[in-house]
Design a protein around this ligand. Structure first.
Ligand code: 1HN
Length: 374
């Protein structure tokens, strides 16, 4: 790892709290505790670490292990009973707040043909990434979006949203991603059920793609001022095509391969104020160099198979698996196929890290930029 002044003094207590206990001091701490106070030097080294120490651990949620259980939920409970029929991902280090990684929540939601979940809104921002099935749709503030595999759809903070699957569709499974732990940590969560339980579709189906979906052209007349992307749906085909076209003329990043962020077409900024998302293409045989940065990242394998090395440990993945990279964990990704691309969908809290000036990044310099396996 690159020499880092935040790491370099890790073993050194000079300049940091180093106060030995004595009977007199312990009695003093007890006096303070009775007054709901404490001496900073007893906790300073813990509450101000040299560098981020994530409570989240790297995890791979394997789709082949989970899929049957997700489908079984559709036999056990109805959308009417459950509100949303979701199996959520529980990071072993963050069970207290139902987080998949850091301050991000995620789950797998299933709906059968003809089912419709009621409309609600909340101050949590949400997204879906479609895993399988035909005929799924989401309605966001009266805009209906039809959804297929690898499509990505937003239900931003404060928008009415509901989901369903057409009568002639098939059972659909998608990944939900929300900022629930973050918003709840800020104690800013609100939730409301739609007064009519379901919305009226007030716009032509898939109109946001027609209005906003021309990648390099921004429409003049829409007057969009909300803090999230007006393009609620990002389809797989143009996303994959954009990555492949980019790869033809660019080497991309040594750390990420070809990575493109989904953007708000009105601003060029992230899709939502608290959650960013990207799709990344690893060329056949590509193995990226290792780096680490702040922010929490949840990946879904949209295509192909490979592995990631996270804090020195190898995690293999294949299509539809979900895995996380906690803040400041060193990571590198590899595409195991010598003939086909691998694509990783990712959502993250980068907009929060960046807007609060907390983003920091560094590369692994030794060992030719790769981690030694432990
Ligand atoms: C939500 O609105 C959905 O709309 C799914 O499908 C999962 C988990 C917590 C809070 C809101 C959805 C959710 C959620």
């Amino acid at each position: 790892m690159e020499a880092n002044r935040y790491d370099a003094y890790r073993e050194d207590t000079a300049g940091r709290a180093n106060v030995a206990d004595s009977p007199e001091r312990i009695a003093y701490y007890q006096d303070l505790a009775r007054l709901e106070t404490g001496a900073l030097w007893t906790v300073a080294n813990k509450i101000e670490p040299w560098a981020p120490r994530s409570a989240s651990v790297p995890v791979v949620w394997r789709y082949q292990e989970l899929r049957g259980h997700v489908l079984r939920s559709a036999e056990l409970v109805s959308p009417e009973e459950a509100g949303r029929r979701v199996i959520y991902l529980n990071n072993p280090g963050r069970r207290d707040v139902a987080a998949a990684v850091g301050w991000l929540y995620s789950g797998l939601q299933v709906m059968r043909p003809g089912e419709l979940a009621s409309a609600h809104k909340h101050s949590h921002s949400a997204l879906r990434f479609i895993m399988e099935g035909k005929g799924a749709f989401t309605v966001v503030d009266g805009h209906k979006m039809t959804l297929g595999a690898n499509d990505f759809v937003l239900t931003p903070n404060g928008t009415w949203h509901e989901h369903g699957v057409a009568e002639d569709g098939t059972t659909c499974i998608w990944q939900d991603g929300l900022d629930i732990p973050l918003v709840n940590a800020f104690e800013a969560g609100f939730y409301a059920v739609h007064p009519d339980l379901n919305q009226t579709v007030t716009h032509p189906v898939d109109d946001t793609s027609a209005l906003w979906g021309s990648a390099a052209l921004r429409p003049q007349t829409t007057g969009w001022t909300k803090p999230y992307s007006p393009l609620f749906k990002y389809e797989w085909e143009p996303t994959y095509e954009a990555l492949r076209r980019h790869a033809r003329v660019s080497a991309g990043s040594p750390y990420d391969g070809i990575l493109m962020e989904y953007v708000n077409p009105a601003t060029g900024g992230p899709v939502m104020p608290t959650i960013g998302a990207s799709m990344q293409l690893l060329r056949p045989g590509e193995h990226t160099k290792a780096h680490r940065h702040t922010g929490s990242f949840l990946y879904q394998v949209a295509k192909g198979s490979g592995f990631s090395v996270i804090d020195g440990k190898r995690y293999d993945w294949t299509e539809r698996d979900i895995f996380c990279v906690p803040s400041w964990a060193v990571h590198e990704h590899a595409n195991l196929s010598s003939s086909d691309d691998a694509c990783l969908f990712c959502f993250n809290d980068l907009p929060v890290m960046r807007s609060l000036a907390l983003y920091r990044e560094e590369a692994v310099k030794d060992n030719d930029g790769h981690q030694q396996l432990i």
